[in-house]
Design a protein around this ligand. Structure first.
Ligand code: DOR
Length: 475
């Protein structure tokens, strides 16, 4: 028997179908079966709540293999589900590096066993992230890898970058280059400017980001290859991307929540929680990033979720590693800071916000079954949230293994109620949903008998829907 239920009187925000309206949405057998006023099965009253395609994060660090003290695939994907995500793309700076098929298979298997979220690993561009020889891109592409990045490390050589773009084009895959010209950022610890001089910290000039983006845009344009620009942080970068899109370059770009919410002023505290790469910039950069999201120059909001354990992050500023958590606060930050009070004028409409958090990232990386449209026959990858609920970020309550969120103690608006992965509740009533034991067994035995691969969880499967029969569902 499979569960059937209907979210009634819900505000469906589905950019892929150009819908923002109050309706009912029925789910059965792991798929959406109706999005009109009909209802079937258990009724879940959702007045005042928003239902959207599950969120998709193009840029996370799950740290496994190698740094399981910071995060694991299980803890990171649990954090993702709590944040409303149904798909995440972990970066390749693991140990060993995700530069060959074996690590891709391992991450896929760990994600399937955990069952919180679908995972689409990013492969390295170069072996060992060393920037010299190309990684085993073909073998990783054969497993379904669509994007390659040395994130954390730039591909310094224009020649290597050009070859990577050309090679990736063979599969219409995407290269995402960490945009940092390293000869300008040696020893850098914060944004370069008056404040870095005042604080006596070495500066990370905005030109280091912009030069690398300009180079990569020219290379991608010349080859008609696909480029994705991660964590855009400066006004100049937004301008370069706007120009390139007008020119027809095949480029997509993302912004991280910290780059549209926080400024370098926070570095005055010398609290290492604010240390990140690229660094927090100025108010005018924050405004430019917001404008880039509003006019579509920046396609996606991606968290750059970068967990670090306290014994490393809580050191003096100069010793602390770069990076901050993002998965469990991204939706609320977007709603609080960009959508705000919808009647009073916003940076983004609710539909644009969901496009940036779900539809655009899914499309930009060819991730099927996510990002909408929410229509009969589509896999039920969904998030239900209360856009008005206020909550205070508690770093001790996060699912992530690490605690390095700069938003601890901050009150935000917008709270995830349920996250559904192919019709199964991964988060229910704001808490991580335990996975049905029978389903976990099935996944294990399937792993044993079947080769790993991104495609293995395809649209026809109704993962673990049975578990819902046993539980009571309330919004
Ligand atoms: O702040 C960052 N942390 N930026 C990066 O590019 C890498 C990341 C990490 O892996 O910690």
């Amino acid at each position: 028997m499979t569960a059937e239920f209907t979210f009634t009187d819900v505000r469906l925000v589905d950019p892929a179908a150009d819908r923002d309206e109050v309706t009912n949405v029925t789910v059965a057998g792991g798929i959406v079966t109706a999005t009109d006023r009909s209802s079937a099965g258990l009724r879940i009253d959702c007045a005042g709540l928003v239902l959207a395609p599950g969120l998709v994060d193009l840029h996370v660090h799950l740290r496994e293999p190698g740094r399981e003290d910071a995060e694991t695939v299980a803890s990171g994907t649990a954090a993702a589900a709590m944040g409303g995500f149904t798909a995440v793309c972990p970066m390749a700076n693991t140990d060993p590096v995700t530069d060959h098929a074996g690590v891709v298979e391992q991450v896929l298997r760990l994600a399937r066993e955990a069952g919180h979220c679908e995972v689409f690993p990013v492969g390295a561009v170069t072996r060992g992230l060393a920037g010299e020889e190309l990684a085993e891109m073909g073998a990783m592409a054969a497993l379904g890898v669509r994007c390659f990045s040395d994130d954390g490390m730039p591909v310094r050589s224009a020649q290597v970058m050009r070859r990577a773009l050309e090679y990736a084009k063979t599969w219409d895959a995407i290269i995402c280059n960490h945009a940092e010209e390293p000869t300008l950022t040696g020893g850098a610890e914060m944004n370069e400017g008056q404040l870095s001089t005042l604080l006596g910290l070495a500066g990370w000039p905005r030109e280091a980001e912009e030069i690398m983006i300009a180079r990569d845009l020219l290379l991608a344009h010349g080859l008609n290859a696909r480029l994705h620009v991660p964590h855009v942080s400066t006004a100049g970068s937004v301008a370069l991307l706007r120009q390139a899109k007008l020119r027809g370059t095949r480029v997509t770009a993302e912004a991280a929540p910290h780059h549209f919410t926080l400024t370098e002023e926070l570095v005055r505290t010398y609290d290492p929680v604010y240390r990140v790469n690229p660094p927090l910039r100025t108010r005018s950069d924050v405004e430019a990033v917001r404008a880039g999201l509003a006019d579509g120059t920046l396609d996606a909001i991606a968290t750059d979720h970068a967990p670090h354990p306290p014994e490393q992050k809580d050191q003096e500023w100069s010793q602390a590693p770069n990076g901050m958590l993002g998965l469990e606060t991204a939706l609320a930050l977007t709603l609080t800071e960009l959508v705000g009070d919808e009647d009073a004028g916003s940076v983004l409409s609710m539909k644009q916000a969901i496009a940036a958090l779900s539809t655009n990232p899914a499309r930009s990386r060819d991730i099927g079954g996510h990002g909408g449209p929410v229509e009969p026959g589509a896999p039920a990858n969904l998030v239900l949230f209360d856009p008005a609920a206020r909550w205070t970020v508690d770093d001790r309550a996060l699912q992530s293994r690490s605690r390095n969120t700069p938003y601890a103690g901050m009150q935000l608006r917008g709270r995830v109620i349920h996250t559904l992965l192919r019709g199964r509740f991964t988060v229910r009533d704001g808490a991580l949903a335990p996975r049905d034991a029978a389903e976990a067994d099935r996944m294990q035995s399937r792993d044993a008998g079947e080769a790993d691969g991104l495609q293995s969880r395809d649209a026809g499967e109704a993962d673990g829907l049975q578990s819902l029969d046993a539980v009571e569902v309330t919004p």
